[in-house]
Design a protein around this ligand. Structure first.
Ligand SMILES: [Zn+2]
Ligand SMILES: [Zn+2]
Length: 167
């Protein structure tokens, strides 16, 4: 059977991305501001799937001062521009990832430590498309999320006997 693999990470030219975002904003979507450009820069200089709080922390670490409202508004614009992907997880937990450093992939999420792992399996992709075709539908997109629990002993969310009473 075909193993699921991690999607390949492509390097991107941040200047070109900024230019793309500027053109999107110039086309009547909003003002080009340093805050907006710095959020794009921060998102692309870290690998991962970030919550708004995590992005605020990263921006602070990079010495960019932005308000939460600006981050929300800018993320909306970045998603519309196609530069950032929004992930809605279980319980409406929302994460953001750079859209151009990886191709299509799906996600598995640990319910204990909330670690998000990317995977890509060509067979699974094909089966999903075939199911659509068998039902007279043309594939457009899919969101595939697997929820589980890390079996690794280093899962930071794992409850152990020394962690107090188990629920
Ligand atoms: Zn997929
Ligand atoms: Zn991802």
């Amino acid at each position: 059977m075909v193993q699921a693999t991690k999607p390949q990470v492509k390097s991107v030219d941040i200047e070109a991305l900024e230019q793309r975002f500027k053109e999107f904003l110039y086309a009547g979507k909003g003002k080009v501001t340093n805050e907006r450009l710095s959020l794009l820069r921060t998102l692309y200089s870290h690998e991962g799937h970030f919550s708004v709080d995590e992005l605020l922390d990263l921006m602070q670490a990079d010495h960019f001062k932005v308000s939460r409202a600006t981050v929300y508004r800018t993320l909306d614009l970045l998603v519309q521009s196609g530069l950032v992907r929004k992930l809605v997880l279980m319980d409406q937990d929302t994460r953001y990832e750079s859209a151009l450093t990886t191709g299509h992939h799906d996600h598995m999420i640990c319910l204990d430590c909330h670690r998000i792992t990317e995977f890509f399996n060509p067979q699974l992709e094909q089966i999903q498309d075939e199911i659509l075709e068998q039902n007279n539908m043309e594939p457009v997109k899919h969101i595939h999320q697997l929820y589980g629990r890390c079996t690794l002993t280093d899962c930071p969310g794992k409850k152990t006997a020394t962690n107090g009473p188990s629920r």
